[in-house]
Design a protein around this ligand. Sequence first.
Ligand code: SAM
Length: 455
Amino acid sequence: MEKFADRGKSLTKLDGYVVFVAGAVPGDTVKARVFKKRKKFAEATLLEVVTPSPLRTEAKCAYFLTCGGCKWQHVNYESQLEAKTQSVRDAFEHHGGFDSVQVENTLGTDNTYYYRNKMEFSFSSGRWLTPTEISSDEKFDTSFALGLHVPGNWAKVLDLSECHLQSELSAELVNAVRTLSLENGWKPWDTRRHVGYLRHLVIRQSTKMPEMMVNLVTSYVDTERMALFAEFLQAQFPQVTTLVNTINSTQAQTAFGEEAHVIFGSGVVHDKIGDCTFEIASNAFFQTNTVQAQVLYEVALEYAELKPTDLVYDLYCGAGTISCFIAPHVKQVVGVELINEAVKNARRNAKANGIENVTFVTGDMMRLFNAAFVKKHGRPDVLIVDPPRAGMHPKVVDQIRELAPDRFVYISCNPMTQARDLALLSDIYKIDKIQPVDLFPHTHHIESVARLKKK
Ligand SMILES: C[S@@+](CC[C@H](N)C(=O)[O-])C[C@H]1O[C@@H](n2cnc3c(N)ncnc32)[C@H](O)[C@@H]1O
């Protein structure tokens, strides 16, 4: 195999024809069977590793390759970091048309497992079996599963007894909730018939404080069952400081719902990034790797070269974490965010940290971010943007062109859309450098921070 490709796969070229193989590693010689053939490329299933690559290491998890979670567990961490740096370079070359951008080496972490502060497990009436389970003699009940979805199949869930992304306590909790549900005959959600009680089990565990939230997402309210569940948690898992019951009666397979009832505790957990403490509600966005989020924000802080006189716009600000992190270094921060709940969180976070020089505005960047907005809030000295994977709307890019402050930092979880957006601004901004930060070890995901300088 020649090199890493999209979505954690590897590719090779056979007489110029590209073949993608999931689970293969650059440097491997493999046997694989083609299952999809197109004019320019094919996709193949890995059958056998004939000669293993020196980049390989032992995968830790029993569900590796069946679960969509950590597709690079079999690649040693140094090589993962190199591959991520290269993927950022490739994105800027192929999606932005930049031929020589300075991409720094990816900043990695010592905590390559158990790093997530939030996991969203799903219940399903369709259990997916691993190849090992299928080939064993054991008989499995496939009408109940609690775990993670198999990639590309939203109706099927792998029943996980271990997951190395969150703490061991989280895995214990998953196993105990499964047993409790089965013992009591609580039915999992059936995605085809839209019946069943249990939908998702969301576990949020603070990295810096002894706090843990369980959010059981169900399709309807059942006070009696919830009382039993609360009693069970308080008896078996005293580490759980709050229980929330979110109701999602819609067909949409999401852990967000119409109502969220706090059953016990405060309904929130707290975590710390730098000197700031953040309150995180059940439906709030918070970076899932707290330790590396701080590394990411420190890079943004350094790249922004902030001054005490600066007015900074923090666009796509979520729960105001970046705003609060940078506020002590500047005169004023204005944050913009689409989700009203997140803005409420942001305001509470600022207040709780005694930060007074931040203003948060709710709205869609595409509509809100215009000349009137700038007139009201002032011309920024620095722009920090952190949009979702889709990147920025062209109207937002146009407005940035209008403003064109000297200092501009673009944080992204998708270097392809970051490169696309920055290409649109390449006549006025030069990419000074790019720092990738690894928030998601064993996956191909990467955060990248670009520092732009006015031409
Ligand atoms: C990648 S998150 C960044 C959050 C924050 N900077 C952080 O580090 O926690 C992107 C944020 O953009 C918000 N968002 C998405 N589309 C938006 C839009 N059109 N206008 C404003 N905010 C938007 C999302 O709700 C989300 O909170």
